[in-house]
Design a protein around this ligand. Structure first.
Ligand code: NAD
Length: 398
């Protein structure tokens, strides 16, 4: 451990003491904004980095889990418990006391550290909690991020960041005002197969990138909050199409200059009264690279892949967005095929993202997938809907 870091931790033994020391300051001292977060070119570079800088520290960030649903109970909590080096589970927020007690007992969390949506602000008085992990329906992300920041806690927020661009901007502003970190849980930007794929493309394995093809969807059951526009923001584009948008940006290392989309409903069975069933869209990038993407709630066969066609080869991940068993392959122009896949047991992706925020807190760094990264995807999502509504391509102000 460096002297400066040892001194720092000695002085501010926990991130909460750290909060107390700096809360209310208008200084950006804690934000470490050395570069504009969310810039795709930086994502590409930073994707090669690891979080080894805090590997020598036994200290752990205490997470409060907000929302005990599928992603938190099936993935994030087991992932942190099993694989995390710098994160631990210290509190939960739930509307169901029985479930919260059961989960708290399972993870060795004190029953005193169980909160609900009404007394959520009380987390401010729990020094064990350094950060919250927000795993609520999309339409609740903004409120619970802003309330956490005001309570002096760092935030790891699930994707999509929020329902609206305005909400994203308010979340960034609230965390900045409180001098707290805000990270969006884009788990694949910390995943070794994805990082290897990006690395191959940057090294020119496929030559210049001509086309990106990204698809992700599934057949949704009726009754899901994902079909309620107020809670979900929109349909599959918000939920899983966002993975394709994000992949196009980190694979190309560029930001789209224009988008054109088509939003449709084929299955008129009542599920899609509020949100779309399918979205197909194209994006154009400054280099001339084009992307062709599809997302759907109408079929389990709408894909789970990204495929990059370059001037001298291809790189593909299929499946590309799952929690495990991702498969990365490449083919060069002389027909040589290579399986580059790296084994990554589930749910390690979640421990890795939790540890990245921990590292950023310890080292006072901007998270690789900060709020600005979520905001960029939201702007693209909104432009795709606008394009579909207006029947024209939308130019992006990048
Ligand atoms: P879920 O329905 O399984 O869980 C949602 C949780 O929110 C539940 O605990 C529920 O009780 C709680 N909740 C509080 N108020 C609610 C309300 N008004 N309506 C519905 N639920 C309410 O959802 P999930 O699949 O765990 O998704 C949660 C978030 O995580 C979403 O933003 C989703 O996009 C994201 N997610 C991310 C990934 C990933 O791989 N990163 C995967 C799945 C989901």
């Amino acid at each position: 451990m460096s002297n400066s870091r040892r001194d720092f931790l000695k002085q501010f033994g926990s991130a909460t003491a750290f909060t107390a020391a700096f809360a209310g300051s208008s200084s950006h001292f804690l934000l470490g904004e050395s570069r504009p977060a969310g810039d795709a070119a930086h994502i590409a570079q930073d994707s090669m980095a690891t979080d080894a800088s805090s590997a020598d520290s036994g200290k752990k960030i205490g997470y409060c889990i907000v929302g005990l649903g599928r992603i938190s109970m099936n993935e994030f909590m087991p992932g942190v418990q099993k694989f995390s080096k710098h994160s631990k589970l210290v509190a939960v927020v739930s509307g169901h006391r029985d479930k919260a007690e059961r989960i708290a007992d399972q993870y060795g969390i004190s029953r005193k550290a169980i909160y609900n949506y009404t007394n959520y602000e009380q987390i401010a008085h729990n020094p064990e909690i350094d950060a919250v992990y927000i795993a609520l329906p999309n339409g609740m992300h903004a409120e619970y991020t802003i309330r956490a920041a005001k309570a002096g806690k760092h935030v790891l927020c699930e994707k999509p960041m929020a329902n609206t661009v305005a909400d994203c901007e308010q979340m960034i502003a609230a965390c900045r005002a409180a001098n707290r970190k805000l990270m969006i849980a884009y788990r694949l930007q910390y995943e070794p197969n994805t990082l290897k794929g990006i690395s191959l493309l940057r090294q020119g394995y496929a030559g210049k990138i001509l086309e990106l093809n990204c698809n992700f969807g599934f057949n949704i059951k009726a009754g899901e909050w994902r079909l309620n526009k107020a809670l979900a923001g929109g349909g599959p584009l918000y939920d899983v199409g966002i993975y394709c948008i994000n992949a196009c940006r980190y694979l190309s290392g560029e930001e789209p200059t224009s988008v054109q989309g088509y939003s449709t409903v084929v299955d008129q069975d009542g599920r899609f009264n509020e949100v779309e069933e399918n979205v197909a869209w194209n994006m154009r990038f400054p280099s001339g690279t084009v992307a062709s993407c599809l997302t759907s709630y109408g079929s389990n066969f709408s894909g789970n892949l990204w495929h990059v066609t370059g001037t001298t080869g291809t790189v593909e991940m299929n499946p590309a967005y799952s929690y495990t068993d991702l498969r990365l392959t490449g083919q060069t122009q002389n027909g040589e095929k290579t399986d580059f896949s790296i084994s990554d047991p589930n749910p390690q992706q979640f421990a890795r993202e939790g540890d990245h925020l921990a590292d950023c807190i310890f080292e006072n760094k901007q998270p690789k997938t900060a709020g600005e990264e979520g905001l960029r995807d939201l702007k693209i999502i909104r432009a795709i809907y606008q394009s579909s509504d207006e029947g024209r391509a939308i130019r992006m102000n990048t």
